[in-house]
Each structure stands twice: as structure tokens, then as C-alpha cells.
Write a protein that binds this ligand. Structure first.
Ligand code: GLU
Length: 430
């Protein structure tokens, strides 16, 4: 069948391109297949393997073939509730946990079910706004500033809400964050929570990178602690459990938003029916946790922290301004201090920057424009994940968990190091 003319498409889908994270991965793979050497810093995919015991649980449950309840396997919903109590110190009831085929799908259903406007601080992950657009929800991007660590300020939220106080709104916060690896301090979360509570804003707290908060002692803090009645916590297996391709996401609702949980479950029953049974069984093991999973996470964090810091230092030396990463595996360098130098090379916006860098160095990464930034701001996202995470974890363990130094990074993350070095010399070049 041939594709119909664009005019026949629903206006909300017309002109919609493939999601940037997926497109850059396809493009990188096509270039590699064509014989090019590519440093894959585009798609934000965990470099680490799924923990052994979670893989074993999947194998043991491969024969589970029946549909499961739409909201999820009861044992998994209990394990997720327990995870949030144990890890985040937030009281979640198993009956208020919804399981879906990836948190991305749950976010889409949430926007479908909830009638409010969407508020998203920018920079933000690529898909929140396109999802709203498909559904026909108004989206307000709230621009943030480099000088403020790309954080949403409570005064700014207050200003937006005070403009029409009774208006229903959904605010999405993602921390540690994609695309910049930053997070919010407990005080900042508390202040944002106060404003959200005052205006009854529903908060979607995307904490999928929570267990990948680099600082072991400090630890990730959930805003649900400060606004328990209005916060939905989003998590899943894709990032901290290395299982993006398994597609399993979870939402934990407060009792006051039970009606929203029910509406989403009804919509789910008419769309995805239920999430893969073997994957849900394996997820019980992941969310239940164990000493081995804790050790896996601690090592993952140490490798990511050292590698992120190394990349950050190199990019600063090359002339970019950039905040140190605090979690996850992303950096958002701001190349505006190099504007004149780049303009002399006919690079005037972030898309051209990424296009030329890929062409001339083989480093694949994404323009800030895909994350809600102005193209002329000259920002870009680097996902420092192009390495064999299994080998790196094994080496760290075999070395008695010695500090992760540059020698280790060069030995186990060579493509990231080489890619960043290639990008830095290209940036400095004529
Ligand atoms: N969250 C990942 C990223 O930002 C990839 C998955 C996706 O976008 O669906 O690169």
C-alpha cells in the first residue's frame, strides 16, 4: 500500500517526525552499517547489563503466557510500593501502582486522561511535548537559565499559576534529569512542592534515574515527600536496571488521585491490555532488590560519576560552559561562549553544530532544540553511554572496587573518551 497524501493525516500527527532519540540511534546504526566509525552519544540507553538474578527470573517465567490484570501483576505492584517506601521513604499503597509497557506509554495515557494544561520546564526530555501535541493538550514550556542550573524556580511556577489560579495543570519534573544530569536539592523540591500544593497542580515526578543519582551518601530525594497528596512518581526498569528494551514502567499514585489511576487503567484496558507477563515477573525481582543489585547499582553510579566528570572537565577545557553531572548519564554543554568561533565556521545553531560534528568527527549527539531549547542557544545533549557496561562492572569488582580513575575510564570506556576528545579538538579547530 502506498502512503496517502499528508493532507489526509490527522492534523495533530501531520508533520510529526520520529522522536529525536530514536532517530539519532537509527542514523548512527545506518552510518555504522555503511562502514563509518560512530561514537554513539545520542540515544540515552543504559550501558549496563540487566542484573543476573533479574535475567534469571525472566528465564524462569518465560512460559507465563496469560494476560495479566490491566493494572499489573499484584506481586509487582506490591514490590514497587515497597521500593518507594524503602528507597524514597514515600508511603505508596500497592493498589495505587499502575504498571505499563514503559513509562513513556504511561505518560501518554496520563496526558490523555488528565484534562489540565501541561507545564514542562525546559530543557526537558524529548517526548513530553510531542505526546501532548498528539493528544491536543496545550503545552507551556517554562524556560530555565544556565545560571540557575537549568532548574525551575518556585517564583516562576508561582507566577504562572497565579495568572489563572483555578486552572487545572500537570507539571512534569524529571530529576536527576534528562538532558542535563542535574537534580534539585531537598530545599528546592520543598519550595516547588509548596507552590504546587497551593495551586493544586498535579505533579508527575519522573524519577526513572533516581537510583542513578551519583552521590551515594546524599542520595536521591523524591518531591513526593513534600507533596504526597498530589505527586505521581514515575519509574521503571529502563535506566537503573539496564532494561530499556524490556519496556516496563510504573506509576505510583497518591490516594487522592485514585480517580486518575482508574481512568488510566480503563484507557490501558482499551489499548495495551496488560504488560508482558514474563517481564513483570522479572521486574518483581528487580524492584524487590538484593545485596547483589545494590552492589550493581553502587558500581554503576561510580562509573557514571567518574565518566561524567571526566567528560564535563574536557568540554570545559574546550570552551563550553557546563554544569557538573549529578545523576543519570547525560550532559548538556552550552557552546554559546564559543559562538564567534563557531560562526566563523558557519555554525549558527545547535542543529548545524550536531550535524557538522557527526559528519566531521563521527560523534552522534542531539541538539538542545530537541529538548525544548532555542536552536541559537547552542546547547546539545551528550549521553555518555557508548561503552561495554558489563566489562566495566566486572573490572571494577575484580579490582576490589578501587577508585575509578582516568586509566580505568580509558581502558573500559574508550569510545566515550575518544569521542569526547575528538569533539573537543574539533570544537577548538579552525
Ligand atoms: N530516554 C532515552 C533518551 O532520552 C531514550 C528512550 C526514549 O527517548 O524513548 O535518550
Amino acid at each position: 500500500m502506498t502512503e496517502g497524501p499528508a493532507v489526509n493525516l490527522n492534523i495533530r500527527v501531520r508533520g510529526l517526525r520520529q522522536s529525536a532519540t530514536i532517530a539519532i540511534n537509527d542514523r548512527s546504526n545506518a552510518l555504522i552499517a555503511a562502514g563509518r566509525s560512530v561514537y554513539k552519544l545520542g540515544l540515552g540507553q543504559s550501558p549496563f547489563p540487566v542484573p543476573r538474578e533479574v535475567v534469571d527470573a525472566l528465564r524462569d517465567n518465560a512460559e507465563r503466557k496469560d494476560y495479566l490484570p490491566v493494572a499489573g501483576l499484584p506481586e509487582l505492584r506490591a514490590a514497587v510500593a515497597d521500593f518507594h517506601r524503602r528507597v524514597d521513604h514515600v508511603d505508596v499503597a500497592a493498589e495505587n501502582v499502575l504498571v505499563g509497557p514503559g513509562s513513556k506509554e504511561l505518560m501518554f495515557l496520563l496526558q490523555l486522561a488528565y484534562y489540565g494544561d501541561l507545564l514542562v520546564p525546559a530543557p526537558c526530555w524529548v517526548s513530553y511535548a510531542p505526546q501532548a501535541r498528539i493528544i491536543g493538550r496545550p503545552v507551556t514550556f517554562i524556560p530555565t537559565r544556565y545560571e540557575e542550573r537549568w532548574r525551575l524556580k518556585p517564583e516562576r511556577l508561582e507566577e504562572i499559576c497565579a495568572d489563572d489560579p483555578g486552572r487545572p495543570r500537570l507539571l512534569i519534573l524529571n530529576y536527576p534529569g534528562n538532558p542535563d544530569g542535574s537534580t534539585y536539592s531537598a530545599t528546592e523540591l520543598q519550595q516547588l512542592a509548596e507552590v504546587a500544593k497551593r495551586y493544586k497542580v498535579v505533579l508527575l515526578s519522573d524519577e526513572i534515574y533516581g537510583p542513578l543519582y551519583h552521590d551515594e551518601d546524599e542520595g536521591h530525594v523524591s518531591i513526593a515527600k513534600y507533596y504526597p497528596t498530589g505527586t505521581i512518581i514515575s519509574s521503571g526498569l529502563s535506566k537503573w536496571c539496564g532494561a530499556g528494551g524490556w519496556r516496563l514502567g510504573t506509576f505510583a499514585f497518591p490516594p487522592a488521585l485514585r480517580w486518575l489511576f482508574k481512568a488510566m487503567a480503563s484507557a490501558a484496558s482499551e489499548t495495551f491490555t496488560s504488560t508482558s507477563a514474563p517481564i513483570q515477573c522479572a521486574a518483581v525481582t528487580a524492584f524487590a532488590g538484593s545485596d547483589a543489585i545494590d552492589a550493581y547499582l553502587a558500581r554503576s553510579r561510580r562509573i557514571l560519576a567518574a565518566l561524567g566528570q571526566w567528560c564535563c572537565n574536557a568540554l570545559r577545557r574546550a570552551g563550553a560552559r557546563i554544569w557538573e553531572p549529578r545523576g543519570a548519564f547525560y550532559l548538556l554543554p552550552d557552546f554559546s561562549p564559543m559562538r564567534e568561533h563557531l560562526e566563523a565556521r558557519d555554525i549558527r545553531d545547535d542543529r548545524e553544530l550536531c550535524r557538522r560534528a557527526l559528519e566531521e568527527t563521527g560523534v552522534a549527539f542531539l541538539p538542545g532544540a530537541d529538548f525544548g531549547m532555542w536552536p541559537q542557544q547552542l546547547t546539545a545533549r551528550l549521553a555518555y553511554v557508548d561503552f561495554d557496561g558489563a566489562a566495566a562492572l566486572d573490572a571494577l569488582e575484580a579490582g576490589g572496587d578501587a577508585p575509578v580513575d582516568e586509566e580505568f575510564l580509558r581502558a573500559y570506556c574508550p569510545k566515550v573518551i575518544d569521542g569526547i576528545e575528538a569533539l573537543c579538538s574539533w570544537l577548538k579547530g579552525k
